[in-house]
Write a protein that binds this ligand. Structure first.
Ligand code: AMP
Length: 282
């Protein structure tokens, strides 16, 4: 497995590939890898000849400096995991390599980012858009893999690719969960055992809301029951709990036929901010 710390090293690696038919899959990550990330890698290995994983904790997508400073870093373990699973190369740039200068451009995703993560984390999707554009330009993958766990990020990136004509196919991989239902997340490393238990309210309330919605209960009633469940869980503070069109990210107030629907939530558990979502259609 090649470790590529610079854009030049990536370029040389790409030039060394056997021929122009070789398909390259990119899995962008911020490290502190878990089974969710490894599932993206497995999917990439299944349908790309060469798999490159990037590990870069992107400062421009953090609206909260404390969250950035406390973001878990486990590089040696990450590299071991990637080597064992059979990744071809890992792009591990430092900040200077990615941001020789602070970008002047700003990306505004319009209505896609006026809700959910975009509204609670101002500037977040500008940072995501810029770093993903840079990674796509540096690695030039045929396919890039993203997790459904970050549903709004998927919508934003698909739109980025369309609006800027990036020649890449975006592949979305389902969320990997613990047996308890808790969605795997690098930030889970910051939870105490008790907080981990309390964090189950996210998945439990998503499952509850989905079942009730499909039974015909009104979204208004479901939402107030869920807000109660959150209020009764110690150390957990709900930010949002919304029913959305999974592609357009518009917030809805009732079940609608013929479109893909998801329920999305974000909450603080102590000072750790977690997000999760569930598809209503399947
Ligand atoms: P991150 O390192 O958190 O930026 O995540 C890198 C990629 O892994 C993103 O595309 C995430 O959506 C994806 N990812 C994170 N957690 C999970 C999970 N539990 N299941 C599947 N994919 C995930």
């Amino acid at each position: 497995m090649k470790i590529l710390p610079t854009k030049d090293a990536v370029k040389k690696f790409l030039l060394s590939l056997p021929n122009s038919q070789t398909t390259v899959g990119l899995v962008p990550t911020m490290g502190a890898l878990h089974e969710g990330h490894l599932d993206l890698v497995r999917k990439a290995k299944e349908n790309s000849d060469i798999v490159i994983v990037s590990i870069f904790v992107n400062p421009t997508q953090f609206n909260n400096p404390d969250d950035f400073a406390k973001y878990p870093k486990t590089l040696d373990k990450d590299l071991d995991l990637l080597k064992n699973i059979g990744v071809d190369a890992v792009f591990v740039p430092d900040n200077q390599e990615v941001y020789p200068e602070s970008p002047l451009i700003k990306i505004d995703f319009g209505d896609l980012e006026r809700v959910l993560e975009g509204s609670f984390r101002p500037g977040h999707f500008n940072g995501v858009g810029i770093v993903v554009s840079k990674l796509l330009n540096i690695v030039k993958p045929h396919k890039a893999y993203f997790g459904q766990k970050d549903l709004q990020q998927v919508a934003v990136i698909k739109r980025l690719v369309k609006d800027l004509s990036f020649d890449v196919e975006i592949i979305v991989v389902p969320t990997v969960r613990e047996a308890s239902g808790l969605a795997l997340s690098s930030r889970n490393l910051r939870l105490s055992p008790v907080q981990r238990e309390n964090a189950l309210v996210l998945y439990n309330s998503l499952s509850f809301a989905k079942t009730e919605l499909l039974k015909g209960e009104s979204w208004f009633t479901i939402k107030s029951e869920v807000e109660n469940q959150f209020q009764q869980t110690p150390e957990v503070e709900l930010e949002y709990f919304e029913l959305v069109d999974s592609d357009k990210m518009t917030v809805l107030e009732s079940l609608q036929e013929g479109i893909s629907l998801s329920i999305c939530t974000a909450a603080y558990v102590g000072d750790v901010r977690l997000i999760d979502n569930i598809s209503v259609n399947h």
